[in-house]
Design a protein around this ligand. Structure first.
Ligand code: ZN
Length: 169
């Protein structure tokens, strides 16, 4: 199998995450379409897996904690600090106005960026820990086979010696 440059693969996964598409096939969406989104829960919750290739989006309970706490809040914090510094440095508004001008954009940014932060985390996870085995079987999207316990350095169990056949007279 031809090996692809790592940076090309990273860029491809990043591009797919930015358009909220499956990191494996790049065709199916990670989230339900907007016309099916009725509540905030629908907005934040990804589909169970890719309807095209079967790639599971949420591998385990709590899978998206990093995406919410680090990617989404981290990006919101950076945005808030930038707004604060620019407003304070150039305009010197009253403190109440300054706080509002920082908090309101962050609130909407985090709401809108939540889907992208989850998609970015899925892509990041798929890049560093591909959830697939060799292509050919089910599109290469099944979990990797587990290594046998004891590791590859464990000595193999010796085969029992064959019993000598009884001599018939
Ligand atoms: Zn897919």
């Amino acid at each position: 199998m031809k090996t692809e440059a790592r940076w090309k693969k990273a860029l491809r996964y990043l591009g797919r995450a930015l358009i909220l598409s499956c990191p494996v096939c790049g065709k199916s969406p990670i989230f339900p379409p907007l016309h099916c989104t009725r509540t905030l829960r629908d907005w934040f919750t990804p589909l169970d897996g890719c309807p095209r290739c079967g790639y599971p989006y949420e591998r385990e309970p709590g899978y998206f904690l990093v995406s919410v706490w680090i990617i989404n809040y981290g990006a919101g914090s950076v945005l808030g600090i930038m707004i604060y510094v620019i407003r304070e440095f150039f305009y010197h508004p009253p403190i109440g106005q300054l706080i509002l001008s920082v908090i309101v954009p962050i609130f909407f940014f985090n709401l809108l960026f939540a889907r992208h932060s989850k998609a970015l985390f899925i892509a990041l996870d798929h890049y560093y820990d591909p959830h697939e085995k060799d292509p050919g079987e089910d599109g290469g999207n099944l979990p990797k086979p587990e290594k046998p316990k004891g590791g590859p350095t464990a000595p193999d169990k010796p085969l029992p010696k064959p019993k000598p056949e009884p001599i018939l007279h």
